[in-house]
Design a binder for this molecule. Structure first.
Ligand SMILES: C[S@@+](CC[C@H](N)C(=O)[O-])C[C@H]1O[C@@H](n2cnc3c(N)ncnc32)[C@H](O)[C@@H]1O
Length: 235
């Protein structure tokens, strides 16, 4: 796909103003994407990472209040989209290396742009990683923390994502996920508990009237979305 036009949206985090770069024209982008994949919009390629999703925003707000771990040196974000959460984590852990991972290679330019905008380009690195494949050997059992926002929207994710995240973590490492509780959520929780202990589950409301949240997410009259935040430890 040719280089994507980006626009920045304002995001307040820890009382400061930041910019987050997302796709400029989502409808136009979807059309171009559909053409590129021959109209075959399946899980093989997913076009949704170019937006900033409510689950990411909720997780960033929670991390601003409470660090997910006292210390973390190596962090992996799965399905990072534009890399917003990775930038937030780089701010929270100024010593940590963060791998922002997604299987859509075109997202690399968004992650790089956001890492520069947040001043964390020295420690946030995009990697094209698909959780349906074997984890890269250099990351096996290396991460203190794995995070992800809004990742359970296809049946295949339920099977592949939990063992993949578990393989990346050190023994006793922590996984934090935010999910907008779509119909797969309870099944996802079951699958996760085959590989992790559930330490905490909390519910947050994310307002949907924030700039950058596309109309199609808002639906008929909904002004906010319930987000579940799961904290799990590797068995
Ligand atoms: C709904 S978006 C969420 C993006 C971002 N986490 C956020 O909250 O703004 C889901 C992301 O998961 C990525 N994804 C889907 N399947 C994947 C796979 N098999 N391996 C890696 N990433 C995947 C998509 O490319 C997309 O960026």
């Amino acid at each position: 796909m040719s280089k994507l036009n980006q626009r920045s949206i304002p995001v307040q985090w820890q009382g400061q103003d930041y910019s987050v770069w997302v796709v400029d024209n989502f409808d136009g982008y979807l059309d171009a994407f559909a053409l590129e994949v021959g109209g075959n919009l399946t899980d093989e390629r997913c076009p949704f990472g170019v937006l900033l999703w409510p689950s990411s925003r909720s997780l960033a707000d929670i991390f601003a209040e409470v660090k997910p771990l006292p210390e973390a040196k190596l962090i992996v974000e799965l399905g990072c989209g534009v890399g917003f959460l990775s930038c937030v984590l780089a701010k929270i852990y100024p010593e940590a290396k963060i791998y922002a991972c997604d299987y859509e290679e075109s997202l690399g330019s968004f992650v790089e742009q956001n890492a520069r905008a947040w001043g964390v380009e020295d420690r946030v690195e995009f990697r094209a990683i698909d959780w349906r494949r074997e984890p890269p050997s250099d990351l096996l059992s290396k991460a203190d923390l794995v995070v992800g926002a809004d990742l359970f929207y296809d049946d295949s994710h339920l099977e592949h994502l939990p063992p993949f995240a578990s393989q990346l973590l050190k023994a006793g490492g922590t996984l934090v996920l935010a999910d907008p509780r779509r119909f797969r959520f309870s099944k996802a929780l079951e699958e996760l508990q085959k590989h992790f202990h559930l330490l905490e589950q909390r519910e947050e409301d994310c307002a949907l009237d924030k700039e950058g949240i596309e109309e199609f997410m808002i639906g008929a009259g909904y002004r906010e979305q319930k987000i579940s935040i799961l904290t799990l430890s590797r068995i």
